[in-house]
Design a protein around this ligand. Structure first.
Ligand SMILES: Cc1cc2nc3c(=O)[nH]c(=O)nc-3n(C[C@H](O)[C@H](O)[C@H](O)COP(=O)(O)OP(=O)(O)OC[C@H]3O[C@@H](n4cnc5c(N)ncnc54)[C@H](O)[C@@H]3O)c2cc1C
Length: 575
């Protein structure tokens, strides 16, 4: 059996930042990081627009309190305000710390770090590296991992979280190269497994964003918080869904409908294109529904609207958002200097996740904690984003809470011993699970089932929701889940069996989908990204609380957790 003091699952910003902090605090600790991709291929590498922090390099009157208020208002008052305060207070410090590690941020003419406007932020506070911010940060973190002696297991797929009697003890993992199964025991397990965009058929997320960490936690009896809040980013390229960063609008691009109008004037007159994402995504869908969308031939009534950069000029486009220009050119053959880009909302981010306290320790329910289990980043819900995340607050969360969780683990571990695990029984059950999948003699292909599932979620739990629609979706989903036992694999091999990995990922996706739908059905109000056409108002009397969903094969039980309100009393949210 493999042994480490700490095993971190996930090599994105959150996992890497935590690993570094543990080693910086106590270099003698044996820290291992495992990822199903190579760490530098984690979805964090694709982050474009930037990371918010009140450095005050551009808007000198900015304050962390203003950042906190924008974040809480953006969250539709569901964020935990103690967690938001930590996020925004520590922001400037973590940016400077990253710079000292070697991250190359874009600069102002006087050499200080540049900052740009972003949706829902009242000041220009988003630090960036052109429109490749995630790339710049992740590469530097991974370099630092090696320098600090963190043990890497790349291209290992973690299949199970081992929790016994309220205590996390380790994980079971599968080496993709040769199908070797290994149990790892550790004093602390940390999940930083990212989001689940692939639950939907159109997403900005990479192929690996399948919610494995959420599903493994659910299977181990850990609750999942606020899973009904799914962020749709307003500007996914049509038809592919690939992201065009909010930085494009931050730098001045317009959204226009079939009549050539900047329609955001109707929905958020004070913020226009820089309204928060939930509001902008709904506005786009409403325009399309009202027949003011655009067809590929340019006529009205079609499925997308335009993101228009033409007035910005070549020089600004190429210096500030070169990657977005490149993506539109590469994927759609469009030269954005001269032509508008077709866009529509695309699934982008998971506000909910594994519930944690502000030290990153995982909650077992409304009251207790799970011993030895921590989480951070998009997979976790500390809740700084509540019902709707502001752009450029996620990279910030990964770094602030990655660092805090790392420091907390280094303290916590001092009193922990390596747990006892019955290694053989875990190897046996995992091997059986794999053999069953390999030997199933069904007729259903993985790709087809996944597509039907993604279509089901997209149709029944999208930007606008109703009881009837979601109930129908849940019924359909249960039928699709039964078909899982009838999938068959062409590849029976043990070398790089990516079809087997896809089958395991599909299992994660389906469980996560079921939890999203169930949590959404029970929130009978509209708040942030959760917009119900049958309950159109926010209902603070009954729903100013976090959902906690407990999964079991027999069904999902829901419980609720109060929201931490410290500074900002809930008010109507208008822009
Ligand atoms: C296109 C795009 C652009 C974005 N731009 C911005 C931006 O400009 N600003 C901003 O603040 N946010 C942005 N975001 C959001 C932000 O990038 C993410 O929320 C954040 O990077 C998530 O980091 P993470 O460390 O939590 O997880 P990820 O970076 O997603 O990493 C997850 C890790 O977990 C591993 N993993 C998962 N499952 C398993 C398993 N079963 N076994 C082993 N390993 C596993 C993966 O291999 C990977 O290493 C963007 C997101 C996208 C998709």
């Amino acid at each position: 059996m493999l042994e480490h003091d700490v095993i971190i699952v996930g090599g994105g910003l959150a996992g890497c930042r935590a690993a570094l902090e543990i080693k910086r605090t106590d270099p003698n600790l044996d820290v291992a990081l495992v990822a199903k991709t190579h760490p530098i291929r984690s979805h964090s590498v694709a982050a474009q627009g930037g990371m918010a922090a009140t450095l005050k390099n551009v808007d000198v009157e900015d304050t962390w309190e203003a950042h906190a208020f924008d974040t809480v208002k953006g969250s539709d008052y569901l964020a935990d305000q103690d967690a938001v305060e930590i996020l925004t207070r520590e922001a400037a410090d973590v940016v400077i710390d990253l710079e000292h590690m070697g991250v190359l941020f874009s600069r102002l003419p006087d050499g200080r770090i540049a900052q740009r406007a972003f949706g829902g932020h009242s000041n220009r506070r988003t630090c960036y590296a052109a429109d490749k911010t995630g790339h710049a940060i992740l590469h530097e973190l991974v370099n630092n991992l090696k320098r600090n002696g963190v043990r890497l297991y790349d291209e290992w797929y973690v299949m199970q979280l081992i929790v016994e009697q309220g205590q996390a003890k380790g994980v079971v993992m599968f080496r993709i190269r040769d199908s070797k199964v290994q149990v790892v025991r550790a004093k602390v397990v940390m999940f930083a497994t990212g989001g689940y965009g692939r639950v939907y058929n159109t997403t900005s997320n990479d192929y690996a964003s399948t919610g494995d960490g959420l599903a493994m936690s659910a299977f181990a009896g850990v609750p999942l918080e606020d899973m009904e809040f799914v962020q749709f980013h307003p500007t996914g390229m049509y038809p592919v869904g690939v992201l065009l960063s909010e930085a494009v609008r931050g730098e001045g691009a317009y959204l226009i409908n079939a009549n050539g109008d900047r329609f955001m004037a109707t929905y958020a007159p004070s913020r226009m294109e820089l309204a928060p994402r939930d509001i902008t995504s709904r506005a786009i869908v409403r325009e399309i529904r009202a027949g003011r969308g655009i067809h590929p031939d340019g006529s009205a009534g079609g499925p997308f609207i335009y993101l228009d950069l033409r007035h910005m000029g070549r020089e600004k486009i190429m210096s500030r958002i070169p990657f977005c220009w490149e993506e539109a050119h590469r994927l759609l053959g469009i030269d954005a200097v001269h032509e508008p880009i077709p866009v529509r909302p695309t699934v982008h981010y998971s506000m909910g996740g594994i519930p944690v306290n502000t030290d990153g320790q995982v909650r077992s329910g409304p009251d207790g904690l799970i011993e030895g289990f921590f989480a951070a980043g998009e997979a976790a819900c500390v809740s700084v984003h509540g019902a709707n995340r502001l752009g450029s607050n996620s990279l910030l969360e990964c770094i602030v809470y990655g660092r805090r969780t790392g420091a907390a683990i280094a303290r916590y571990i001092q009193d922990r011993k390596l747990p006892d695990i019955n290694e053989q029984s875990y190897i046996r059950s995992t091997q059986e699970q794999i053999n069953t999948l390999m030997n199933q003699s069904g007729t259903i292909r993985i790709g087809a089932l996944r597509q039907n599932f993604q279509d089901c979620m997209t149709q029944h739990c999208g930007v606008f929701r109703t009881e009837e629609l979601m109930q129908e979706g849940l019924n359909q989903l249960k039928q699709l889940q039964q078909q899982y036992e009838q999938i068959y694999l062409d590849d029976k091999g043990t070398t790089w069996n990516t079809e087997l990995i896809e089958a395991l990922e599909l299992r994660s996706l389906m469980v996560v989908g079921e939890i999203i739908l169930t949590s959404a059905l029970n929130r009978k109000e509209s708040r942030g990204a959760h917009c119900r056409e049958d309950y159109t108002e926010r209902d603070d009397t009954n729903f100013l609380k976090h959902t906690m969903a407990f999964y079991s094969p027999a069904g999902i039980d829901l419980n609720y957790l109060p929201v931490a309100i410290t500074r900002f009393e809930p008010k109507e949210r208008k822009y």
